[in-house]
Design a protein around this ligand. Sequence first.
Ligand code: F6R
Length: 611
Amino acid sequence: MCGIIGVTGDEGALETIFDGLRRLEYRGYDSAGVALVDQGVLWRERAADGTHSVEDLVAKKAAPPSSRAGIGHTRWATHGSPTVANAHPHVDCTGRVALVHNGIIENHAELAATLADQGHTFTSETDTEVLVHLLEDELASGAGLADALRTTLGKLRGAFSVVALSTSDPELIVAGRRSVPLLAALGQQTGLVASDVSALLGRADGYFALDDDQVAEVRPGSLRVTTLDGREVDPTVVTVDPAWDVVAAQMGGFCDFMSKEIHEQPRAIADTLLDRRAGDGSLVLDELHLSPDVLRAVDKVVVVACGSSFHAGLVAKYAIERWARLPTEVVIASELRYREPVLHERTLVVGVSQSGETLDTLEALREARRAGARTLVVTNVVHSTMAREADGAIYTRAGPEVSVASTKSHLAQIVALDVLALALAQWLGTMGARAVAAVLDELQSLPAAVADALGRAKEVDDVADALLGARDYFFIGRNLGYPVALEGALKLKEISYLRAEGYPAGELKHGPLALVEPGTVVVAILDPLRDKMRSNVAEAVSRGATVVAVAADGNPDAGGDHVLRVPDVADPVLAPVVEVVPLQLLAYALARRLGNDVDRPRNLAKTVTVE
Ligand code: F6R
């Protein structure tokens, strides 16, 4: 996720862009940049401070130009590390066109190869830079900037929103999108575009939303919108809640970051999956930096992680063992260091960490490297210490996660680990190309399934109302349902402060059943071993527990006092991605009813850099 902005007809264009970038910074902040056309010359400044790049950029401006039009960007890196060279805006070989981009260009490698053959020089590692060279080619063949953008967007696969300007028409900014939001706004003598309304508030008389594959031509006080084939269309008018201030707009109408981030999960999963397929349909992992030969030699996988990331690792064990047939151990990172683990050059140690900074996981990875193991990190932060130190990385593209309790990063981790498991299966030859492609297709259906699960929030709210007052919870599951149970219990205890234990359902009778009494709530993840789960649920029912069953739509006999249905997912290995959703919503609903601050739960920090 990144934030983009374009401004025209504004005497204080530079300040408006800086202000917009500050408002968009919650979408990403590891680098930032601005470009303006000033007296026929393109002026650009960029910064890559890592955490406060917008302020770093503002401090850098040497001589503010007198331009009335410009574009700006605040970045959360997905392709290429957060360096100044990778920061947007990107500029073409002639230095006359600049462009900013939010999203992922799936076919960037093919396009870049062709452009390089034609003599274009690339100066960054980003997927974005191909766009500006494609624009350059179109302009060289006599097209205007808007035509050039329409043609360019028609060549792309992926999800994106872009804004561009050129020296040839300095008061024109052009913008387009597919699957990534982009708004336009008009003032009396100004025009703006931005990733979201927070950057536009107070600066416009009217707001418009671009639809997929539309291009906006924005001039001072005027907006023209066309489809990619040049047909003019009426832009969709957007009504902005008059009560919204910048913070409310950044929340997008949600009460807090946690619920916003829960609802961003379909996008986070879709983005994590973008760009993973080559032209022939096989799986590619650009950022891995480990050769297939090295990976083919791997004979054991050890996953190290903490908290929710550990639970994602537990799900991955099923995927790696089932698809790649590699023995897989999942270890709590703080437990690995002091136990003399058996690791060697054929062991692949995978660190899973949203932040990429958690000290326990970082030290476990360092220990693994010292022992000669290959290390890989699955992280949400491209410039994190783990990403820099590990041999390879797979990035979850969930965007910044503000709420302390992990939600969207957790689902993105499971999906990224599924992709790793498939890649290992492909390289080791344990799955054929068609079987890999079939699972990839299944993965692509998950964003819609998660959106469906989110659409059932009302049912979860009703269950939360019925449970209010209960203080003791057991979350139980078997097989792939077990990590789901652990994650449900962790979410509940973190933000509601209720006692919640996650247990393998078969273990209940070996001790914890002694604690079950009338008033205890047992949340049972019924799938995939629904027949075995039935007897575990019966054990709880006969002790007077209130049972909440989490069951797929196709599960015919979901008993229990309450049932939370989730959409069917054909491959059971992928089902945890949808089953976690009602548990996140349940924890959230109970915590809100108890009056807790869900974004900043007591005693917890987002990034834990102590042992
Ligand atoms: C749970 C949660 C924590 C983190 C854990 C690891 O909601 O947020 O349990 O999962 O602290 O953090 P990362 O993934 O940053 O290593």
